[in-house]
Write a protein that binds this ligand. Sequence first.
Ligand code: PSU
Length: 304
Amino acid sequence: MIAPPLAFSADVAAARAAGAPIVALESTIITHGMPFPANVETARAVEAEVRAAGAVPATIAVTAGRIRVGLDAGELDALASATDVRKLSRADLAVALSEGWTGATTVAATMICARLAGIEVFATGGIGGVHRGAETSFDVSADLSELAQTPVTVVASGAKAILDLAKTLEVLETMGVPVIAFGQDALPAFWSRESGLDAPLRLDDAGAIARAHRMRARLGLPGGQLVANPIPRDAEIPAAEIAPHITAALAMAEREGIAAKAVTPFLLSEIGRGTEGRALAANIALVRNNARLAARIAVELARG
Ligand code: PSU
């Protein structure tokens, strides 16, 4: 088999050689999820959280026909300020590489790249899922089927609350994806700690999550785990408070005919505007918190 086109940063290459803990980070949140310069400041802060917890961050993106695993500060700046970066999911990855495009990886594509790079844990903000109205639009994120087939533990604050969370949970259950709430029974809802739904599973420490990850491998089960980590209390926007902003943004997306890959970035940006930046501040706090937990899980996995 010809090796996949991976290019490791010096840091990540050294961590791999030493068997040190590594946490994968995605790049769509940088290019399509947050405005400049908050995006690059957040990317740097998230990497710092991973390092502070004793692991090495590996931000993943695609440039010049290669999967970049680990970006240096200059590369991170360039990606964050570029305006022509494509959003790459599973379906786009091979074409983007064979055509030499510059692309940011979604949760699905980052999971694929992390597995190729031998990285078992990945932190993000919120996964994609079943969009509201999916019964007519059929808009279901490829993140869900990726969780069912690629063995990476993904730490997120649940699925984004712009989605239909009940349908998202149903699809994950059908596909056999463990949805594990961290430290509480409730499924978190991205900007809010509670969604009104309970998560099917709950674990209370990083070691237990690492043991469950290893057990899936021993059982020969394909796919990963979704760890649903609630946003820190002091950064939370209660569900009732964010709900009208979500409704308004969804109505505007409908009026403007926003579809497919453009939906999530449009909604995040509109909700950011509607809440005068509070939603963005919450998004930053939750992704940093997820990076901390992912690093603790990576440290436990590296212990063996
Ligand atoms: N988490 C965030 N912001 C984001 C994302 C995650 O806090 O923008 C990105 C991830 O890359 C995820 C994508 O895969 O949103 C979901 O997009 P879609 O709904 O089009 O599948």
